[in-house]
Design a protein. Sequence first.
Length: 234
Amino acid sequence: MNLDQFIKELKKRNIVLSTEQVNLLEKYKNFLIAYNEHTNITAIKDEKSIYLKHFYDSITLQKYIKKDSKVLDIGTGAGFPGMVLALLNPDCHFILLDSNNKKIEFLKELNKILNLKNIELINERAEKYIHNHLEEFDLVTSRAVAELRILAELSLPALKIGGSFLPMKAKVDEELENSQMTIEILGGQILGQEKFQLPIENSERTIINIIHNKKTDKRFPRSYDKILKKPLKK
């Protein structure tokens, strides 16, 4: 996907980028490619794949972003989707969280170029950070980080009542089935799924829409080891 195709495909989703936003994404792309030459930040390194698999894929979440929201991106990596969405939504506040310091250092250097004022970059384990920020966010997302059952326990406690957990996945049917009990115990409810294909390559994508509608017990999230080895049961 080149720049023209990127802009054209976004218009099909009723998303029109400003000239400034396009320029910032160009700077983002160029810096990512250059940085990857000496430090491995992402396996996707060529321009066309960055537009498609990083930028376009991240922006598919745009229609779920409400004005003045506080958003948490768990396992943000090289800033996807959080950094891209922050660039498009200057009225919202984004926390980009990753336990990998190398990724956060990359984002710090990137933001010296982009100069976004609506982001915080946090290098910390998700379960530890979220224990100190319970019921604080309007929206929590994560893209291709962990199994849905694990993400649900990390994410739902961080949401305000009425907030949305919007994990971004590829194929998800089995993960969804295995996470139903966890989501219910943590006060979540699955509202639906948006399934679509990325343009050009037609790979499958799914955005799951989960609302946090009941208070979560403050003992959650548990340590990562317990989340991994001991699925929640009633």
